[in-house]
Design a protein around this ligand. Sequence first.
Ligand SMILES: O=C(O)c1cc(=O)[nH]c(=O)n1[C@@H]1O[C@H](COP(=O)(O)O)[C@@H](O)[C@H]1O
Length: 272
Amino acid sequence: MTTDFLVGQIRKKESFLCIGLDTDLDKVPKHLLQEEDPIFAFNKAIIDATHHLCVAYKPNTAFYEAYGIKGWQALEKTINYLNINYPEIFTIADAKRGDIGNTSTRYAKAFFEDLGFDSVTIAPYMGRDSVEPFLAFKDKHTILLALTSNMGAFDFQTKMVDGKELYKQVLEISKTYENSENLMYVVGATKATFLTEIRNIIPDSFLLVPGVGAQGGSLSEVCKYGMSNNVGLLVNSSRGIIYASDKENFAQASAEKAKELQQAMSLELKKR
Ligand SMILES: O=C(O)c1cc(=O)[nH]c(=O)n1[C@@H]1O[C@H](COP(=O)(O)O)[C@@H](O)[C@H]1O
């Protein structure tokens, strides 16, 4: 998917919501556990109830890998279901990969070619040759961790390196990578005030912003400091939406939570 198409969808739906499909069988409604594939049954119900309110879905692969082959099959069914039924949706494999070039090429094939995701999250720690194999795929997006939402972000990401915070070095150096136009970045919603300086370095890049909802980040702060001329934001909520209820009406309840965020996003878009 091109970035222009994504921006068009954001304008049309008045939403830059990404719903995180962090599907955990300890948290899904009990009646689904009798289904042949409870993970897919849960995801399908959530997707059917919420697709008009969001522009992206982000399955975090940990939640699928945790169930072995069955989990991986559920992930494959989920991405196929999205690509066939809702091709206008931007899909993110939240896998946080990155390795020596030869290995990164195989990860890129796995997520972009075999599974058919539009994007994948990547850890930048191994540098240029670990990221460029992902960037080589046309109309696919590589979402580099810049400043993450967790407390551990302060262990390394904000440390000074050559007179500049490490996360700023990640932003600046990654701009020199081949096909860097295919880069997006992760910035946690809990770090919203950092967004002004981040936007000075990458004024137009899309940011995946997790951390509203369960982690306490503020949507209005993220928009105030992070919105660009082309919106440039995909704001993710996982638990805050998908576990709104553990009863039969769980999908409807998740749609209500998604609608609350979509309406707040619509207001933010109108402010600009
Ligand atoms: O890459 C991510 O998506 C990510 C980066 C980050 O800095 N913080 C973060 O929470 N995430 C992911 O975003 C999702 C947040 O989930 P909730 O806190 O339930 O909304 C999880 O899948 C996290 O793994």
